[in-house]
Design a protein around this ligand. Structure first.
Ligand SMILES: [Zn+2]
Length: 210
């Protein structure tokens, strides 16, 4: 294969990835990071595809993973999306540097995972921007991980700063009629304290990570 063919195919893959991300409503900055296309080129593509800037999200990309613990339904959807990301190879086996995570090939798998997630729920609540945040946090930070419910073995999203809740919302009795609220994400102080406790080997909580 000639070098020009290689470049053509590489550019074609980036354009296709950009189109998928535009379709999902990703921000220009997010698309630029994953495709390595310029913001100007992405805006051109948006016009070509007939989408207005207004139809996409604007502002600063989300940064807080506490979002995924806001409601029991969100916890279920986030765990599902995380599991799909794991199965489809979006997530590395071990933590990696953020700059190595946003490769176009991984972006394609992330789009595939997001599309599978959207198809799995009647009214999916997680936007592509939060899907990117979730995958990036799982792959590049030690804040959250994928785990198993200690009761039923189902996939759960684990806040590593608060291992108390390593139980799915069903087993914890948190779906309609549940006794106590799982909604409040742990405060930064509490997360740090929990990390220190775990680092010191003093945690007695049962944590099963995938
Ligand atoms: Zn369970």
């Amino acid at each position: 294969m000639r070098i020009t063919d290689d470049r053509y195919l590489r550019d074609l893959r980036r354009l296709d990835l950009a189109r998928r991300l535009i379709d999902h409503g990703a921000r220009t900055k997010t698309i630029a990071i994953w495709t390595q296309l310029s913001s100007y080129r992405i805006r051109q593509l948006c016009r070509t595809y007939g989408c207005s800037v207004d139809s996409r999200q604007s502002g600063v990309p989300p940064r807080s993973t506490a979002y995924f613990w806001r409601t029991p339904q969100m916890q279920i959807e986030a765990a599902s999306l995380a599991g799909i990301c794991k199965v489809l190879g979006v997530l590395p086996r071990t933590r990696m540097a953020a700059r190595d995570f946003t490769l176009p090939a991984r972006g394609e798998r992330l789009c595939q995972a997001y599309e599978a997630y959207v198809d799995s729920f009647e009214k999916p609540k997680i936007s592509i921007e939060y899907a990117v945040l979730l995958a990036a946090a799982l792959a590049t930070t030690d804040d959250i991980s994928i785990g198993k419910c200690v009761s039923c073995g189902g996939v759960v999203l684990v806040d590593l700063g608060d291992v108390v809740d390593n139980c799915c919302v069903y087993c914890a009795g948190r779906m309609p009629g549940y006794a106590r609220s799982p909604l409040a994400a742990p405060s930064t102080r509490r997360r740090r304290a929990n990390r220190r406790t775990r680092a010191a080997g003093q945690s007695g909580k049962q944590v099963v990570l995938l």
